[in-house]
Design a protein around this ligand. Sequence first.
Ligand code: ARG
Ligand code: ZN
Length: 466
Amino acid sequence: MRNAAACAVAVALLLGGCTGGDDGTAGATTPRPGAAGAGDPYFPTYGNGGYDVRGYDLDLRYDPAAGRLTGTATITAVATQGLSRFNLDLAHLTVTRVTVDGTTARARQEGRELVVTPGTGIADGDRFIVVVAYGGTPAPIDNEFLGKGGWTRTGDGAFAVGEPESASTWFPVNDHPSDKATLRLAMTVPEGLQAIGNGIPGERTTAGGWTTWRWTESSPMASYLATVVIGKYRIRSGTLHGKPMVTAVPETLPQDGPAARSIARTGEIADFLTGRFGRYPFDAYGGVVIDDDRIDYALETQTRPVYGDTFFGRGPNSTVVAHELAHQWFGDSVSVERWRDIWLNEGFATYAEWLWDEHEGTRTVQQSFDAAYERMDWSIPTDDPGVPHLFGQAVYQRGAMALHALRRTIGDRAFFGLLRSWPARHRDGNVTTAQFVTAAERAAGGRDLSGLFDAWLSGDGPPPRP
Ligand code: ARG
Ligand code: ZN
């Protein structure tokens, strides 16, 4: 989904996806091809232009023995320009048939782009339904700076996780966070394996030795937050505040070990964060631990973060749980419009770690700040780190330091008010750094904070300690 405000920003940045529609002239445009990228300067090929996906409905089957994935994706979208053709992102998999509104469309695959040409053009503003039948042997995609992301085969199953890219390795997608959409997943796997996805669990059915697991994420979701984890897992299901809570730990790990004990605190930590950030933004909770060396990070997959077991190698770790749960507000519900603003995710999630650690009595926020200040390499700007430093300390620690400097400058009352009003106002939306600066200035009673943000987000030396 895209909102008008986001599109105005996008047009200003020459992002291709939003042109037309609102200015009174575009409705009459003859159909033309949708752009092959969403126009993100960091990742020009990610996503596509000319339409806005509302929902993905995936009906898939995975055969772990063969490593094969097959099925159909039903994509409901709305054209944001007259479209003669449009692209979807799909890596490594082969499309066998595409229909648009029930009629077979021409489909061509060029690298990771699927180019769909419907028999007749699609008018600006029209809703259309694309059904893609596809299959093959999924594999991750590699980024030279950021490592691999996406579908990864394991001994008895697979998992799909990765940031900034993952979704296009398992379904045709507009693979950019600026186009958030709902996701329904039906994943059929051999009986005896589990398949864990995002959102609310649905009916589970078994026939002929295969079990279909169903999951529904009904809040708009950035594509990199879609996940499925297949294998032998111990699943715990419960509720928190009337919403489903589903956690899963692989059978290879002890049921009462550090990983299991850490994610068992999900409800308690979510409640703590709700007290700081306002109501929890989604309709389900949970988490999945992955016991695989290739996952040396955690990821805030919507409603159900995944945690590499490496986080629990030295004992229970609630800080990482606080980090990933904080992302449910900052990153998942309120998402970046373009990747350079990733500090709006990671700086906030790191600050949440600091708040949680203080609550736990481990160290104060000020101690966390001081430690980060001493270690910082100030040469990387937080608000434009570049692709190689997308997940670096300038984004995480310096981003969190910028928030602490803001807090010290505008006071606790205004600062914690902002931490609640920001996710409330931009729930299910997309944002930019400029919008956050404006929101902070409003929270501070109209005070000009440009100097403060310049120093903390982009200056090349240490600002004075706040
Ligand atoms: N967003 C994740 C987190 O919570 C980090 C993902 C790191 N990605 C990577 N390719 N290493 O910190
Ligand atoms: Zn993070």
